[in-house]
Design a protein around this ligand. Sequence first.
Ligand code: CA
Length: 295
Amino acid sequence: MVSVAFALALAACSSGGGDGDRFVLTTVSADISSNDASVSSTTSSSGVEDSGTEASEVEATPDPLVGELTITVVAVHPHDSDAFTQGLEVHDGRLLEGTGLYGESDRRLVEITSGAVQGLEALNSGLFGEGLTVVGDEVLQLTLKAGVYIRADAETLTETGRGLYDGEGWGLCFDGSRLVMSDGTPTLTFRDPETFEGTGTIEVTLNGEPLANLNELECVNGQVLANVWLTEFVVVIDPASGEVVATLDASSLRPDDAPFDNSRFALNGIAHDPTTGRFYLTGKRWPVVYEVELS
Ligand SMILES: [Ca+2]
């Protein structure tokens, strides 16, 4: 066990001078088990296409998320409480989920309303699954320490190839043209989805200070949402500047037996459905997935 003084209590307070919100971060102590200290992510190809099929109906671009966000729970769906969620994304009306831990990692397609697992491919026991996302008809899935990413068919989940990268893999999302990847540091790396080569990086800051432990990601309408590992907060990042422009306190969603400050039950998993604008939020081994609206 490793004792880590970390985590956050993020509060947004208005800086009255008209120059926007300032987010205040305080530390809280948390005990974590280092071996499953992983986290990760996924994402959805949000922001890419309009759902409408009629040319006459043009969807307005959603407003960016800013400030202190409010959650409205629309529905609560079952979730496999054995799933050590590392990545979550909406894919063709289902949830694509990646799970972690050695010997327990997989990628799966889940019916949203029932939580039924409708397809599953396990990783070999030497790989600790992390974030995943869909690009076209392919899933890309990270691993924590092996430096290996897996390509798989998005319908069958069957592996179609592998590649290598440097460093750890935590979260992954696709913004419609590039991959965004987290690695446990404050740095997000942009990658070419075809080659997986890095095309740039940005340091994420909260009030001008680097913000580490960025975990599962979701690319949404030009912004990047990130779970912050071992906290009950999701941050919204401007990927051009790296600045946190909004925060979401998800503490109201925490199951009684799933403390945020425990790596085994950490809040982790953000999926956006561009057809409804809603989000799905869950955590590692949580018994439920929340369908929510953010404002
Ligand atoms: Ca995601």
